[in-house]
Design a protein around this ligand. Structure first.
Ligand SMILES: [Zn+2]
Length: 345
């Protein structure tokens, strides 16, 4: 009897709270409108399968020797990124031709030599101090006597997506559609060794973290996991609803307007045993109160194996997922107000 009374009282309180909560969510949803959808689409369409293909094949080639942080192969990979930004006319916030934030050897725990985060940006026209960071790690597992760990999905896919988005935002800037806020492209080193590059960045941020309004982090978006073999039109999103309700609905609306992927949230659950929310570079931003979305295709048989190679990438799917991130980023960078942080988990 007692238990029942408690239960019904709880139900009553619950339904009142739910009603006003529902209304609040509806208000947030209604406030998100892609008014310049045609313009956004024009630039999203400059993200091509051919160019993604070029970047993934190059970045995961044997030439870069598995991109182990601190090793010559990773230095070459970082240099490829730097040369790309110079060629595309995309500046660094660190100064002319200075695209490296060096993570010193002393900051790595495990005898890894100093290694760069690579950073480039497009300056906002109206709120240049407000910063959106698009990130992905550049390093991987290196090589053994027998194998090179090419890391085409992990994280050649995310790296290629970033390079294509940077080019698209630059083209928009050149044609009179510069973002209102600054957009930073940040390639972390040492993700594979305890998220060291992002940990270093958040301890030594180039832009103050309190002005960093969101982080969209990409780690493996070129493949299909076992549970989606029959319906590959998907992406896992992790973290989108943890700190900012608005960020979550911007992402959903971008998908409805432009990409129509199945947004799969099952790995976002607090109770998911994999705990992916804490397993890539975005976590260091979330820990500092910066809302994040982590874009991920899930694991597969080639995860952290030498068989993670470029010919296994689904390039049309990589293109579609990149467009989702691009259109979400466009909104965040151009909306009149910065996104609100309204949650605390
Ligand atoms: Zn990774």
């Amino acid at each position: 009897m007692k238990a029942l009374i408690v239960a019904s009282a709880l139900t009553l309180v619950g339904s009142c709270a739910t009603l006003s909560h529902t209304k609040k969510l509806q208000n947030i949803k209604d406030s998100i409108v892609f008014t310049d959808a045609n313009i956004i689409n024009n630039y999203a369409n400059t993200i091509t399968v051919a160019e993604l293909n070029t970047h993934v094949y190059k970045f995961s080639s044997d030439e870069f020797e598995g991109r182990r942080a601190g090793e010559p192969g990773h230095h070459k990979a970082a240099n490829y990124l730097k040369d790309y930004y110079i060629k595309e006319g995309i500046a660094s916030p660190l100064g002319t031709d200075n695209y490296y934030q060096i993570v010193p050897e002393s900051f790595f725990d495990n005898g890894i030599k100093s290694s760069p985060n690579v950073i480039a940006y497009i300056k906002g026209t109206e709120y240049p101090d407000e910063v959106l960071i698009i990130s992905g790690h550049s390093d991987h597992e290196g090589f053994t006597e027998k194998f090179i760990y090419n890391g085409a999905d992990d994280n050649g896919s995310g790296t290629a997506a970033m390079l294509e988005m940077a080019q698209a935002f630059k083209k928009a800037e050149n044609e009179g559609f510069a973002p209102k806020r600054s957009i930073v492209f940040l390639h972390f080193t040492g993700e594979e060794v305890d998220l060291t590059g992002s940990r270093y960045y958040t301890k030594h941020p180039v832009f103050p973290l309190h002005n960093t309004i969101a982080n969209l982090n990409i780690d493996m978006i070129g493949r299909v996991d076992d549970s989606h073999e029959d319906n590959p039109n998907y992406i896992y999103l992790i973290g989108s609803d943890r700190l900012s309700t608005e960020l979550h609905y911007i992402s959903e609306s971008a998908n409805e307007n432009f990409t129509k992927l199945e947004l799969d949230y099952r790995l976002n659950s607090d109770s998911d045993p994999n705990q992916y929310y804490s397993r890539s570079d975005h976590y260091n931003f979330a820990q500092n109160g910066v809302p994040v979305i982590f874009y991920f295709n899930g694991t597969h048989d080639d995860y952290h194996e030498p068989t993670d190679t470029a010919e296994k990438i689904n390039f049309p799917l990589l293109q579609k997922r990149t467009k989702l991130i691009f259109t979400t980023a466009w909104y965040i960078a151009n909306n009149e107000k910065p996104i609100k942080v309204d949650l605390d988990s």
